[in-house]
Design a binder for this molecule. Sequence first.
Ligand SMILES: Cc1cc2nc3c(=O)[nH]c(=O)nc-3n(C[C@H](O)[C@H](O)[C@H](O)COP(=O)(O)OP(=O)(O)OC[C@H]3O[C@@H](n4cnc5c(N)ncnc54)[C@H](O)[C@@H]3O)c2cc1C
Length: 263
Amino acid sequence: MLPPFELRRPVSLAAAVDLVATGGTPYCGGTELLAVMRLGLASPETLVDLKRVPELVGITAAHGEIRLGARVTHREAAASDAVRTHAAILAAGAGLLGNVRVRATGTLAGNVCFAEPRSDILTALLALDASVDLRSADGARSVPIEDFVEGAFTTVRADEELLEAIRVPARSGPSAYVRFAPAEHPTVTVAVVATGDGCRVVVGAVGERPELFTFPGTGDVDPTAIAERVDITEDLNGHEDYKRHLTAVFVGRALEQMGVADA
Ligand SMILES: Cc1cc2nc3c(=O)[nH]c(=O)nc-3n(C[C@H](O)[C@H](O)[C@H](O)COP(=O)(O)OP(=O)(O)OC[C@H]3O[C@@H](n4cnc5c(N)ncnc54)[C@H](O)[C@@H]3O)c2cc1C
């Protein structure tokens, strides 16, 4: 059973920010928040439903970046031409994660704020060097995704801050996204992005948060070296050796997908 709560449904960003400033808990899809409430792990007095806030809707591409409003669902991101063209690995992760119900109702913003360690979205966003726009009654700030997630289920977002949008630099170079998910959430996620001045490799799901490795070029990426260095958390998905092995295999597969010789 859900604990009792008051539900507020603001129709403007200003009203939503005011409600969050006075102690309301924001939510959108509810796929995570309502689950933790049912488990008795959270019992907010006031929920602030963001689904009617017009400023949080939509995906736009301009000035070399893609902006995804906080109401954008995984399904919308996966189907978006702008995301598929300029942030292909984000479209791939959003299109593969969870199940059709989660993709239709869950938002990228909710995924990022929840900071579940096995997040496809955080893996892709870190590889793409994305950032998040936060808004509170005191003003707005932008935080790189690399600094936003501190650890498992922990971010630098203050309780009174709303995540307004996710911003992703538009990229058209080679990239790859692979994952291994024998259960509901992935056991390993790997994203590789070739940038103008190097290569970004992110390994996710094996530790508390996705981890970034940078190289001068795709030809310099060594899957075994990454597997030896990555921070691992042993859990029901596997012990350390197993996760290191999977990491090497899936970094290799991502390089193969990019057509890197000798991967
Ligand atoms: C069965 C299942 C399978 C899943 N599989 C995967 C998977 O394979 N890969 C993966 O990456 N994820 C997976 N997920 C997680 C899924 O992606 C998230 O549940 C979803 O994206 C969260 O979005 P939401 O809008 O439902 O968040 P909500 O449940 O509405 O909110 C989640 C948290 O974020 C906060 N929040 C939400 N929006 C904002 C905002 N705009 N500003 C500030 N705080 C906010 C809420 O207060 C809450 O703490 C799975 C989830 C389920 C239930």
